[in-house]
Design a protein around this ligand. Structure first.
Ligand code: ZN
Length: 152
């Protein structure tokens, strides 16, 4: 799937709200070689520890920019560990939902990827994952809440 930053992505993910892709760095898109601020990286790590998901994601993305390994299974920083798998990070604003693969942590840390400014602003303003404020923003955008696991 060839996706550029800020491309509409709602339809392909089955989301009915306005959604934009961030950090879907397939082969056509090369990391910029820049540097995201430490503050923004810390917030990114925090949100990626246990990101809210609308449904269960299977498998994991491979990093197309790590030549042989396909990228790490985990990213460690400051005693925190983000598991790199097939999950996505959902960052809501009033008008739009940004969707980034969890691999974005690795792209920023290892490949100098700098996400677009509107996403970074949204990230810094995003309430804690799964907080009432976060869920309300999703609700206001029209994103459905996850269903409880069957049999629970
Ligand atoms: Zn990589």
């Amino acid at each position: 799937m060839e996706v550029q930053d800020l491309d509409p992505i709602g339809e392909s993910l089955g989301l009915t709200c306005e959604a934009r892709a961030v950090g879907w760095l397939g082969p056509p898109q090369v990391p910029s070689g820049g540097r995201l601020s430490r503050e923004a990286f810390d917030v990114l790590m925090e949100h990626c520890l246990d990101p809210w998901q609308p449904y269960v994601f299977m498998g994991r993305h491979r990093c197309e920019h790590c030549v042989y390994s396909g990228g790490p299974g985990e990213v460690h920083a400051d005693g925190r560990t983000v598991r790199i798998d097939g999950r996505n990070l959902f960052v809501p604003t009033k008008d739009v939902l940004y969707v980034a693969p969890i691999m974005i942590v690795h792209y920023v840390d290892a490949h100098g990827y700098v996400p677009p400014a509107p996403f970074v602003d949204a990230l810094l303003a995003c309430p804690p994952m799964r907080s009432m404020a976060y869920l309300k923003m999703l609700h206001d955008l029209g994103v459905r809440a996850p269903r409880p696991p069957s049999g629970a």
